[in-house]
Design a protein around this ligand. Sequence first.
Ligand SMILES: Nc1ncnc2c1ncn2[C@@H]1O[C@H](COP(=O)(O)OP(=O)(O)O)[C@@H](O)[C@H]1O
Ligand SMILES: [Mg+2]
Length: 321
Amino acid sequence: MPPLLSIENLVTSYGGVRAVDDVSLAVDKQARLGIVGESGCGKTTVALSVLRLVSPGRIDSGRILLQDRDLLGLTEREMCAVRGQRISMVFQEPMSSLNPVHTIGAQVTEALTIHKKMSRRAARERAVAMLERVGMPSAGSRFDAWPHQLSGGMRQRVMIAMALICEPEVLLADEPTTALDVTIQAQILELLGGIQEQTGTAIVLITHDLAVLADFAQRVVVMYAGQIVEEAPVGALFASPAHPYARALLDSLPAGPSAAEGGRLPTIPGRVPDLRALPVGCRFQERCSFADETCRTQMPQLESIASDRRVRCFHPLRSAS
Ligand SMILES: Nc1ncnc2c1ncn2[C@@H]1O[C@H](COP(=O)(O)OP(=O)(O)O)[C@@H](O)[C@H]1O
Ligand SMILES: [Mg+2]
């Protein structure tokens, strides 16, 4: 079966600096795909590119196919019909995405009255049902509440309700739980998982925290400095990461091997290189203990190491099995 959404050789830049550099990935129907990487690796730019909302950046090249249609070839009007209806997005900061001067009901129903030409009354019924579904207690009375009257977790539930109200085929969830405390985080992830199972909406969950993907994703794409460095089924990635960066992300998890040994590595030493001054060769070389002359002179390509795994490394780690 062809993928629902496929991104092919996407290059997106801000002021001529490539934030996403030749990214290709596929989202299958009903999939739960994770995209992980530290801040600044280009994750949000990938998602915004899919919706063609990268301004002030620009998409330089590539294709973004939703089934057979290249979204990059659509008119702005056609693109408006894709956004929210076929592909929708949830952002990290629910407060900045909700409009403070409109009630949550008005915001959740807006897409229905615009895209689906529903009557206010039918839209209200549908919206209340959706708010219930995303776990909003007394959804009927909360319909007329203002964003500032809700907690962060409840606002994020409203954002998810808005994103799902038109039953999109793909939901891009960009750090949807990062601003929330751990308990609420777990509830929102469970909610997203349940929605994926019940509705079949494919979910792309973007996060800097690999731990978030352990129980959620089926496949994981690891990004570093604008490139994909590894892609693997979630179990394989956790059991035996092939790229040293994926390994470092795993080791920095609180329950990772280093924590078990008594050490604590909350972050990976060093930092993501400046995209305006990238080193020649592998972008991870400065933080990698395996880097050698080859890594400092040549760019490793993203290559298949199994039917369902890709890695961009001259010295991939051996499988633990
Ligand atoms: N509006 C913008 N203007 C200029 N540079 C940007 C803009 N948005 C993102 N970038 C740059 O693009 C790169 C990727 O950013 P982003 O896609 O937000 O990464 P991530 O979501 O992984 O943190 C970063 O270097 C960031 O500074
Ligand atoms: Mg981001």
